[in-house]
Design a protein around this ligand. Sequence first.
Ligand code: DON
Length: 572
Amino acid sequence: MKKILLSSTIVFISIAVTYSQTSFVGAGKAVNPFHYEIVKTKTFSKASVASAHPLASMVGAEIMKQGGNAFDAAIAVQLTLAVVYPSAGNIGGGGFLVARKTNGQTIAIDYREEAPGKASRDMYLDKNGNAITNLSLNGHLASGVPGTVAGLFETYKYAKLPFKQLIQPAIDIAEFGFVITESQAHGFNVTKESFIKNSTQTPAFVQHNKWKAGDTLIQKDLAETLKRIRDNGQKGFYEGKTAQLIVDEMQRGNGIISLNDLKNYKAKTRTALQFNYKDYKIIGMPPPSSGGVIIWQMMKMIEDKPIASYGCNSTKAVQLMVETERRAYADRAEHLGDPDFYKVPLKEITSSTYIKKRMIDYDSTQATPSKNITAGNVKEHDETTHLSVMDKEGNMVSVTTTLNGGYGCRTVVGGAGFLLNNEMDDFSVKPGVPNMYGAIGREANAIQPGKRMLSSMTPTLVLKNNKPYIVCGTPGGTTIPTSVYQTLVNMLEFNMSPADAINSPKFHHQWLPDVVRVEKDFNPTVRKELSAMGYNIVETNSWCRLEVIKLHTNKQQEIAADKRGDDSVAGF
Ligand code: DON
């Protein structure tokens, strides 16, 4: 049963259950997995968390109440999402973290999945050299070596509380259950056949009857895996029983991840990208994510234009921004990949001279056609997840993590209870062949053993006059950088609140295919005017779910979670 109260800023959804359970999560027992609310926007004075699920946000806030900092909270939120948001929250996937400590230190942690040792460049091609995309999307062979657990322990270097305190809420919720939302019930129902087809043991998400909102999901195997991580640290996942269960699962399917692949996996600390935009400093993720580079290029392409005077989502602003998107994504396809395997010309493509040159052929009256188009489809219902956290000291943590597609490759590790990713599809399986997001790539992103596939995930921070200002990010595959870009421009140029900046209709261009994707509520007059200028406009379902925190000069933290999902904020 659902109760929805709408006000201008807050949506509450409380899920009533037929039996009563007391709150049990956290020392303060403040989180009740059987009764929770979705809160879209609020202002807090000490600590804020926004994530894709109310329970995860509440656990993050509770951890900060118990004395944890933003890093503690980010770890606990990710572990909770692995339980309460299995479509994208994960321990079988990977992600990126961008953070800034209150002392000014910036941190970028890369825990992207990597290609197994037995992977090879043409592993998804048939004997005639044609791509068999199903193999990189569904089932065991689609999975890269998971990075999330290593990423959590790399992050833990900056945390304060005992790790067992951060993981216990996730263990409790997995063991005793939580009530699912309507969209989760729908997700389990429509994915049922795919879970059955791609798993060798029946996962907890599959039940005989149709799932409905308010049903309880219990995940005993996952709880045991989390306990092994609690008791043995990183080795509780990458070695011993969990590692063996993963390899056993690989052997029951057509997978190639080995014990050595798991044992050798390491999260990597990289140097965060930083550039100035007017009075702001923007901090982003470097390759193997393309996100930071794309944001850098697009922001710099508009910096000398009077975009504030054009107005948010006006024809002039959208036309300009679409042209910057087109140019940045053309570079993505050619130049970006794992820097440990391919020499990414980072300095060159982020230099002011280069970026200026890219806009030389910009024409404000018409579309610049993308050449050599290979059409690719952008699919719906894909899932990644983002969380934004800020603590009372001003530590800022921005994390985007994913299994790639919704529920990854749909293979649950038998006996371990977690889903594996289908991140191998983010490689360029063949030069010029689009992946599930329609993105094409070449040599820079070709498959090699141990290499990390190019990502679009864009966890981002903004400083104003060198002080914490914005924490931001979103899921959405290749649309991630453009959604973050538009949200930043909405806030920095159009002076919009976090909620308005997030919820304003988004548009997306990624060079190829040469179309502008728009959300359903995008202004019809602007659409018509853009079409007249030569743009091919395609309306699709929404794709982003942004989580944004803005720190005001009076130290108040204004936080907003996207209206498009069950996303919710918490804090105090
Ligand atoms: O790393 C990437 O770019 C993709 N694997 C992200 C997938 C994604 O965002 C799906 N979400 N909606």
